[in-house]
Design a protein around this ligand. Sequence first.
Ligand code: SF4
Ligand code: SF4
Length: 326
Amino acid sequence: MSKPKVAFYWCASCGGCEEAVIDLNEDLLTVADAVDIVFWPVALDFKKKDVEAMEDGSIAVSFINGAIRTSEQEEMVHLLRRKSGLVVAFGSCAHLGGIPGLANFHNKAEIFERVYKTVPTVTNPEGIYPQTETKVPEGTLTLPEFYDTVKTLDQTIDVDYYLPGCAPPPDLIMGAVQAILAGELPERGTVLAPDKALCDTCPLAEYKPEKLSMSQIKRPHEVLHDPKQCFLAEGIICLGPATRSGCGERCINAGMPCRGCFGPTREVKDLGAKALSSIASLIGIEEEEEMTEEELEKALDNIVDPAGLFFMYSLPSSVLRRRRIK
Ligand code: SF4
Ligand code: SF4
């Protein structure tokens, strides 16, 4: 009997999701034994034309990581969608836009200006930018088009399932692979991780005071974190109340607050807005007295980059989606 065909593809991402597949360790051999990997540009020498030659729908599942920011990525995910029975958005960037999605605070013109002109390490006196077509004696060289706006995978093609995380942890990846192989998948559109907030599973939850108020906001490097204290009680913003669990509390266990890479639970529409409102509800009371406007402003001044903090992984999937630039 022929094995199910599987593809992996990499769009706008750091490569960590590809590493996460390798992090399956010996389980990777189990996966490789059970499936036929027919496309995985980072590891195997298959070409786009090999995918084009496949019958539509003949790939059982494509795991696609990274956000969509160029015409090449857009074209490849449309191709993989056509060829695949299932598409899984793999990791925060495909799921929510991720760190590359923070580019939506700028547009192409601003990014090119910075990257190709004003970065101190760049020398470009003629101000030359990459072109989608360049004529040379041998012919025409082409580059993909760089879009103004970074999109999530499901803003580009239909997505069947989501594996959240930066990067998704091995136990969730294996769980998803086993569910696909056994044909025991949940409802289409499901995020393949527990639908509970991180605070519900966090080892520091027992130290979270019932009545919590933040009169001061501190940045992680300003506090010697007590491993028996909830970050919020220390005045450090943690997005755990609005973030889906399932990561194994990786950041918390490493002494860092959650930044929301797993995205929201099912009932939350916009992770950044929810986190912002839950933090806002904690600020304003000091020793049972309402803080003055001046004290409030001083406390909020310590949130150096609020938009970048609350929407660190989720800007393209948020209601805001991008900064409006006139
Ligand atoms: S706010 Fe952060 S540190 Fe506190 S219980 Fe929730 S996830 Fe844990
Ligand atoms: S603690 Fe938060 S940011 Fe860190 S891995 Fe878990 S969900 Fe992602």
